[in-house]
Design a protein around this ligand. Structure first.
Ligand code: NAG
Ligand code: NAG
Ligand code: NAG
Ligand code: NAG
Ligand code: NAG
Length: 466
């Protein structure tokens, strides 16, 4: 429930946006702190959708305790009612409401969350009979102000479901207000997207056609031919393109952006220690350049132990440090100024090959070195599952931003042009669009460019429509 807050001086810097919203940012270099946090929560979106008593104007009606804890109603100094789950002993101990989900609908979820100490991840969880728990979204909730938890679920089943809240730290109370669950058909969702696309990416253009003397020409025929797309849309490219003119023509007539599938990776460029070979990568770079195709450099190092060159796997720490430094210097200086992006330490949220052997600042150091050698190119993190699977907490937007912050706050890394790479390897079933949207919303609070870098959809009957 939205009620204007009285002046409160906390450890927050508050900016007034109009007279309505008080948006606070904690004093911290941390990206997490940039997410909106309000002294009083806003009203439930869409009037709460299918949630009963979404704003707790009727006390705790419609809500029950889930698990072992307890719940109580609280009223803020300004008279706003909310609910508190306390006395928790299990991560899922919280408040709950049962809802009915229908197959084929996207359910958009939101709620305002606060906790009573520190800052913790709080998730919304859908408990569906005979199914694993499905995480619908997470927020890094804080003490002292309300954070918006957004997300949702795609229902590929018809069933009732319990909405719960999760915090792994059972010592914290979970405060909840303004809960909303709004169903959309795929058509309605698409219509919303189209509306946004029209607003953000299209604009009206007026042509004025005159004679050389400046007099307007009546009934001039104007024809427009689109010769290229400004929206970065590309495709992976492999080495077969070197020898196949069909492949070359097919590629060059469609795409202005590319990533090489394997040819710029360490195991391709230095298959035997000390024997660097850039022949294939160089040829592909030249082909792309001749055809005006921008290249994302993929990748300088890869944190997955499986994908090291064979000879790298057994090096001692000292040998590895030398070899990795040489690799970074070699590939980055070779293509410096010629690429639009580098995936610097591929998949360093899931994996930690270099951190395990060289110390926890390894990624930060290689970002620094790459930036020194190629300061005009955007340095990306690149990770899978962040938008694809809500249950993978290691790569959720909170973890992602923590890693970014760690790297960008490392001494010397402040000026880096950084980017967020989301691979996008989709498995069976409709992707959870409501969750994906919430992830993108959270990541966009960093102000950094976000690219889907490796999108693919597993082969199945609905591959194309998904
Ligand atoms: C809080 O938890 C303790 C231990 O489980 C229990 O004895 C107590 O009754 C609980 N209090 C409330 C208000 O639920
Ligand atoms: C301008 O040029 C057009 C085409 O030659 C002509 O029809 C028109 O009368 C000219 N206007 C003036 C003001 O000279
Ligand atoms: C480098 O790689 C190319 C392409 O695979 C190969 O033809 C060439 O022999 C290699 N050069 C050396 C010195 O191994
Ligand atoms: C690396 O070490 C393992 C275990 O010591 C050994 O089995 C393997 O052959 C070694 N690999 C290389 C490439 O030396
Ligand atoms: C729903 O989708 C999940 C994967 O997202 C799949 O495992 C499950 O079998 C699907 N259920 C139905 C009823 O299609």
């Amino acid at each position: 429930m939205k009620i204007l807050a009285e002046a409160l001086i906390l450890v927050f810097l508050c900016i007034f946006l109009g007279s309505e919203h008080r948006i606070c940012h904690a004093f911290s270099s941390n990206y997490n702190a940039r997410t909106k946090c309000l002294i009083e929560p806003e009203a439930a979106q869409d009037g709460g959708g299918i949630i009963a008593n979404p704003d707790f104007t009727h006390g705790m009606d419609g809500w029950t305790v889930y698990g072992q804890g307890a719940m109580k109603e609280e009223i803020s100094r300004n008279g706003n009612r909310f609910i508190v789950a306390y006395n928790r002993t299990q991560s899922l101990d919280s408040i709950s409401q049962k809802v009915q989900l229908r197959r084929g609908l996207i359910y958009s979820f939101s709620a305002w969350i606060q906790i009573n100490k520190g800052s913790e991840r709080v998730a919304v969880v859908f408990k569906i009979p005979r199914t694993e728990l499905i995480i619908g979204g997470r927020v890094l909730a804080r003490k002292g102000c309300w954070s918006l938890l957004k997300g949702g679920i795609f229902a590929n089943f018809t069933s009732h479901a319990g909405i719960l809240f999760e915090s792994k730290n059972t010592a914290t109370e979970i405060w909840v207000d303004s809960v909303s669950l709004q169903p959309f058909t795929l058509e309605q969702w698409r219509a919303q997207q189209d509306k946004k696309i029209d607003k953000e990416r299209k604009s009206k253009v007026r042509f004025k056609v005159t004679y050389g003397n400046g007099t307007a020409m009546d009934s001039a025929a104007v024809s427009i031919k689109q010769t290229r797309s400004e929206f970065p849309f590309g495709c992976g490219m492999n080495f077969h393109i070197i020898d196949s003119t069909d492949y070359q023509n097919w590629f060059a007539s469609r795409f202005k952006y590319t990533t090489f599938t394997n040819q710029m990776k360490w195991y391709s460029n230095e298959p035997e220690q000390g024997q660097e070979n850039y022949t294939v990568a160089d040829t592909m770079v030249k082909f792309a350049q001749r055809n005006g195709i921008s290249i994302r450099g993929h990748n300088i190092l890869w944190d997955d132990p499986k994908y090291q060159p064979e000879w790298v796997k057994n090096l001692t720490s000292d040998e590895l440090r030398k070899a990795a430094e040489k690799r970074v210097d070699s590939v980055v200086s070779r293509y410096s100024g010629q690429l639009i992006a580098w995936d610097v330490i591929n998949e360093n949220l899931h994996f930690s090959f270099f951190e395990d052997k060289l110390g926890k600042e390894a990624s930060s150091k290689y970002f620094k070195r790459a930036y020194e050698l190629d300061p005009g190119t955007t340095m990306f993190l690149n990770e899978f599952s962040t938008i694809e699977y809500s249950n993978d907490e290691d790569v959720d937007p909170i973890s992602y931003m923590k890693k970014l912050d760690e790297i960008l706050s490392y001494p010397g890394n402040q000026g880096i042009l950084a980017g967020i790479g989301l691979e996008g390897h989709f498995g069976v079933g409709q992707p959870n669009l409501a969750y994906m949207r919430s992830v993108l919303d959270i990541l966009s609070s960093t102000g950094l460019p976000i690219w889907l870098t490796e999108v693919d959809v597993v082969k199945e009957p609905n591959q194309v429509s998904n």
